[in-house]
Design a protein around this ligand. Structure first.
Ligand code: F3S
Length: 426
């Protein structure tokens, strides 16, 4: 049986797909492209209308190019709109996020040639278990392993649909994560991205409760002698505490890399978005990280065109980004998600205006990224090789072109000697 997995959305979805992959491989299935597969799993996202549309297009493409494939659809779009998804051509099954741990076991009698390993079934997906860990580095192009430590979100950001698709926060216990990290390291992974739907809320639901920084400390202690690098995924600004920054600054186990979604730099819009911080709080956090870890990459997400956003708000956003120490920004044009608080607000903006504002802000983002790349010329880094060994990624998330002759998934010491469009040369 040949399978293919198409994944949209965030690192949490990537972690879930990695779990499907492990279970399918353990059951004797073989990876291939979507047009040759007997089974195509589409793991969808629904964070924007464009994400929904991307999933629909992918499903239709598979149905057209490979009409005999069994298409199974899961993820946030499948959870939010199961009937709409089930009506798409050749969709054999729709599996909501909560049933992800059962996705492969449900399909096993139909598509697997061997019984699944006893432990595979409960180790992935959106249940309380963490995701799988025994596939090798390099499978499906991955060098870093993405480990989901929690799922669910109890926040109420006005624009966000995720709490309805991922449910309430559920954390994986520390002991289980440490076992998972040991398996990942034994499988040969040298970089582990720690991720969650609301990563900063890690452990609040456990009894006794645990803080994210405690998990980070335990993970570092367990993996230190293996020279594993942990990369902390997107962290809400209010959850990026001084202790977390201190730990990243002081331990070589952590990549000097932060992703702190700002969403907007107008306090008026932040309040309307129900984000629990002001621009002043955010700017102070970014400045303190930059002062503490001069080479850190600090990324952000921005939403442009939120209902009621004025030209003045956009100018405040542009002015902050221009003077900020951020190194890259992902810009999202506001996308209406029916059922959210923002959807019911007045002041929705015309699409052309939102797109034009997004273009302006993206231009600043390109300049910030270029400025960061320039600032790193002449510095040296430990980096992990990717692909055929001619690319490597540094802890501060620079993609570096390196001379041929290195193996994949190896630590190398790199000096950055120049920069090019979108990358640097080492
Ligand atoms: Fe998308 Fe769901 Fe992640 S909406 S961003 S796949 S939590």
């Amino acid at each position: 049986m040949k399978y293919s997995i198409i994944t949209f959305g965030c690192r949490v979805n990537q972690a879930d797909s990695l779990g499907f992959e492990e279970a399918l491989l353990a059951g004797g299935a073989e990876a291939t492209s979507p047009d040759r597969a007997d089974l195509v799993v589409v793991n969808t996202c629904s964070v924007t209308a464009a994400a929904d549309q991307g999933a629909r297009q992918a499903i239709r493409r598979v149905a057209r190019d490979n009409p005999s494939a069994r298409i199974v659809v899961t993820g946030c779009y499948a959870t939010r709109r199961p009937d709409e998804v089930a009506a798409l051509p050749h969709v054999a099954r729709v599996v909501p996020n909560d049933d992800k741990p059962r996705l492969v076991p449900l399909l096993a009698p139909l598509v697997l040639s061997r019984p699944m390993g006893q432990t595979s079934a409960d180790r992935f997906g959106d249940g309380e278990g963490s995701c799988g860990a025994t596939i090798e580095p390099g499978v499906a192009g991955r060098t870093a392993f993405t480990l989901r430590v929690q799922t669910g979100c109890a926040e109420s950001c006005a624009y966000c649909i995720i709490p309805t698709t991922r449910g309430t926060p559920r954390s994986v216990p520390v002991a289980e994560l440490l076992r998972e990290i040991a398996r990942v390291v034994a499988a040969g992974f040298k970089e582990i991205a720690l991720t969650g739907v609301h990563l900063g809320s890690y452990g609040r639901d456990l009894a006794p409760s645990v803080r994210l920084v405690d998990l980070l400390g335990s993970a570092a202690a367990a993996a230190e002698r293996h020279h594993v690098l942990f990369r902390i995924s997107s962290l809400e600004p209010m959850d990026c505490t001084r202790e977390v920054v201190d730990l990243v600054a002081s331990s070589p186990c952590f990549a000097p890399h932060f992703h702190l979604p700002l969403q907007h730099a107008s306090d008026r819009i932040l309040a309307a978005m129900r984000r629990p911080y002001s621009l002043g709080d955010y700017a102070a956090l970014v400045d303190s990280i930059r002062a503490r870890i001069p080479h850190a990459s600090i990324g952000s997400d921005i939403i442009v065109g939120f209902p009621g956003e004025t030209e003045d708000d956009v100018e405040q956003l542009e002015a902050y980004l221009e003077r900020s120490a951020l190194t890259h920004v992902h810009v999202f044009p506001y996308s209406d998600r029916p059922g959210t608080a923002a959807s019911a607000m007045n002041g929705h903006l015309p699409g052309a205006m939102v797109r034009e504002r997004a273009r302006r802000v993206r231009e600043i983002g390109h300049r910030l990224a270029e400025r960061f790349r320039c600032s790193q010329v002449g510095t040296t880094h430990r980096a992990l090789t990717l692909d055929d060994g001619t690319l490597a990624v540094t802890g501060n998330y620079l993609k570096v072109k390196i001379p041929p002759g290195f193996a994949r998934n190896e630590w190398v010491r790199i000096r950055i000697r120049d920069r090019d469009v979108g990358e640097v040369i080492g």
